[in-house]
Design a protein. Structure first.
Length: 234
């Protein structure tokens, strides 16, 4: 009993000898271990691959899936598959390409991407497809690595239906030019169907002949056919 009391007294005495400097040293030691663990965690995260699969408007409103390496190390895509219920709504040719993708060793370097086209436009998916959500399952690993990372993502095209699509100034000018070109062709077709009534005259003091258009008459079908044949021969 006396020995137990002596041990208790010694413990209390040891606690009383614990100074403020010892507390600072202990806190510094704990902080060092925390810093080391965080550095190790960051190193592990930076050394592992990260693959991202998402929907992006690559060209106009064409539905495309973008496979992008968002990590800091090269990776290999070892497999990719799609939801059957959604894929069966696509054109037969696109179904075959997606099912027979044969992706089992595709290397993608950091900040690089590959694009898979679904072969349809977004309005078709929203208007004609019963299922508008595509689920993509994929596996990948670090180059020369052994651990496979298995992930999946769901792309709900209906969620994007009300989002604004930005068109650059160059694209706007291109669309305007296309409209002008279309209108010009239509105008040329209309002009071919119209014959102008031309009157030529000159006054006594004029040294040249004046020409005015007194009206227009629409050609009949036979004349239009002959004019088209002549233009085709030319």
């Amino acid at each position: 009993m006396n020995s137990k009391i002596d041990e208790l007294i010694n413990s209390i005495n040891n606690l009383s000898n614990f100074s403020f400097g010892d507390l600072i040293s202990l806190i510094a030691l704990i902080g060092s271990w925390i810093t080391i663990s965080m550095l190790l965690k960051d190193k592990l995260e930076n050394s592992r691959p990260y693959l991202q699969i998402s929907f992006e408007l690559v060209k106009s409103n064409l539905a495309c899936i973008v496979i992008r390496n968002v990590g800091k190390v090269p990776l290999k895509v070892t497999g990719i598959s799609y939801d059957d219920e959604f894929i069966k709504q696509l054109p037969e040719r696109e179904q075959k390409h997606l099912y027979d993708n044969k992706i089992n060793n595709l290397t993608i370097f950091p900040n690089k991407k590959w694009i898979i086209c679904l072969g349809v436009i977004i309005p078709d998916i929203l208007d004609k497809f019963d299922k508008k959500t595509l689920k993509v399952n994929y596996t990948y690993k670090k180059v020369n690595g052994f651990k496979n990372y298995k992930e999946s993502t769901e792309i709900d095209f209906e969620q994007y239906s009300r989002f604004l699509v930005y068109i650059s100034e160059i694209d706007e000018l291109k669309q305007v030019n296309q409209k002008i070109e279309k209108n010009t062709k239509n105008l040329e077709k209309e002009l071919k169907n119209i014959e102008a009534n031309i009157v030529q005259f000159h006054n006594i003091q004029d040294t040249y002949m004046r020409t005015i258009v007194s009206g227009y008459t629409e050609r009949n079908k036979d004349e239009q056919t002959k004019s088209n044949q002549k233009s085709n021969k030319k």
